[in-house]
Design a protein around this ligand. Sequence first.
Ligand code: NOJ
Length: 551
Amino acid sequence: MPDSSEQPTRTSTSDSDWWRQAVVYQVYPRSFADQNGDGIGDLRGVTSRVGYLADLGVDAVWLSPFYPSALADGGYDVDDYRDVDPRLGTLEDFDAMVAALHGAGIKVIVDIVPNHTSDRHAWFRKALDKGPVSEARERYVFREGRGPDGAEPPSDWKSMFGGPAWERVADGQWYLHLFAPEQPDLNWDNPKVHEEFRDILRFWGDRGVDGFRVDVAHGLAKDLSEPLAAAADLHEGLALRGEHPLWDRDDVHDIYREWRRVFEEYDPPLAAVAEAWVHPTRRGRYADPEGLGQAFNFDLLQAPWSAPDFREIIKRNLDDVQQTGTSSTWVLSNHDVVRHATRYGLEGSGRAAAEAWLAAGGRPEQVDRKRGVRRARAATLLILALPGCSYLYQGEELGLHEVGDLPDEARTDPTWFRSGHTHKGRDGCRVPLPWTSHPPSYGFGTDGAHLPQPDWFAAASVQAQRDTEGSTLEMYRQALRLRRRLQGPEELTWEEQTADVVHFARPGGWHCVTNLGTTTVHLSDGEVLLSSGPLDGRQLPPDTTAWLSAT
Ligand code: NOJ
């Protein structure tokens, strides 16, 4: 095997294209590393782990919200877009973190939440103070209620977290919140909102960030004309292709064209990636170079463990990116879904199977944990070999499982509360990371952790896996190093394969073969550079990926 400890130079693309084939590591700051011992991760914690991230070999870090927040939705309820939550640090800590990451050659992407503020945001407080018919209310979506005394919500719209999407205020008006009531939706028909967000983008651009992850990018533009349209189920919007009153409306792209002009004020231009849960045929609009430039593709994250499904998704996405000239994106886990090591350990493997398992109690004994990690590793090597950008979620490099059986009293996710305790929510993938094998908090901080960590975190910890041959952490380290060396133009050639195998080659003769079937597959010529699990000579076992050099 070639020596993968050697540090090849970072991506060969010109600086303004750094994002096209980057490996971006998502940090969920409250659960990453706690430097001040209050049980909540913080920015100094991130700074203290820059060495780890550099050694892992990531190109960029995407930081989930770190802004002041009451945490009604894990920080996606922002009180002030130009500050740091005092529990997480200060703006000076932010600058020091960016400097340390940049010093290690790692770019920084921050999360921006433009669909809604928090209900503690100065704008919303003013909107309540000033009362109906005020300019302050025009920044949000306030309406009179229906019925003789206005006691019925203005429409039947449902919140994504359950329950009505409208909340009544003391003077009788109602405001729209597509997520929690603590997240009032902004009114993007108001030029003041546009102005404010352009300014916020510049605030972080001037502080040196390299780009943005745009939350609910498909939700900003809404049809609010009277009478309000019926929208029985917000989830149906994904299939409606631009005809939904709330999701994925064509005029949302006018906003991103404005943002692009702001991005281009910087050299290199700021990058952006859209979180847009839209029909795959509509994703490209968000990734347009005149708009945000890149969009998450969540297709593999939702797919079952099946070679035909994987092949179809990869082909379609690579075709789609040809249309706009963006690069493709690959995601297996993030802070909103059951971790992929657990998904692949469940019968059915897809996102739906994972949601059902969670709803039924998320019990670890119902997961084939070994198979889950085996498949997770194979899937990871597969996406890392694809042309385009890979987004990794903190802890997946440890093969971490979902903590599905958190005690109910520990749960904090609004879905748990607003679904009448039927949907367990997303806390199980947000449990603070295990850095060492010892309680309390497995090296996350000096004391406790804000969500309870299970005993099995000891064996999954960084300490247990670092320098341990065959560990998932070592596989990620080797893969990221090799990928940097092997990465070439964003091209892929499909190789002849049987039904259960995904086999493609990249320029320079880098081959990736994944066996998603149940019987062993013979590997043809080429040196094995890396594999996600042990090989039997040149036999590739089920649930395994191998990278090979030119055949
Ligand atoms: C998407 C974020 O990823 C999720 O965590 C959040 O709850 C919603 N947007 C609302 O901001």
